[in-house]
Design a protein. Structure first.
Length: 64
C-alpha cells in the first residue's frame, strides 16, 4: 500500500528502512525515506508504521 502518494513510498519501503536503520524520530525517518516532503498527509501513517516496527525489532546487545 502506498503511504506517500507524492513520492510513491510504500509501507514496505518504510518498514524496511525502520528495521534496517531504527530511526528514533520521524525527522530521522524523513532523512532516510522521502515522506512528508510535499503535502504532509502521510506523516501520521508513517509515524504509526515506524512505532509499530520499532516495537518488533529485537534489542541490540553489545558484545565485548
Amino acid at each position: 500500500m502506498y503511504v506517500c502518494l507524492c513520492n510513491a513510498v510504500s509501507d514496505k519501503t518504510l518498514r524496511e528502512a525502520v528495521r534496517r536503520y531504527q530511526p528514533k524520530s520521524i525527522q530521522q525517518l524523513r532523512q532516510l525515506v522521502p515522506v512528508g516532503k510535499q503535502c504532509g498527509k502521510c506523516i501520521r501513517v508513517a509515524r504509526e508504521i515506524m512505532e509499530e516496527e520499532l516495537q518488533s525489532v529485537p534489542l541490540y546487545k553489545e558484545i565485548a
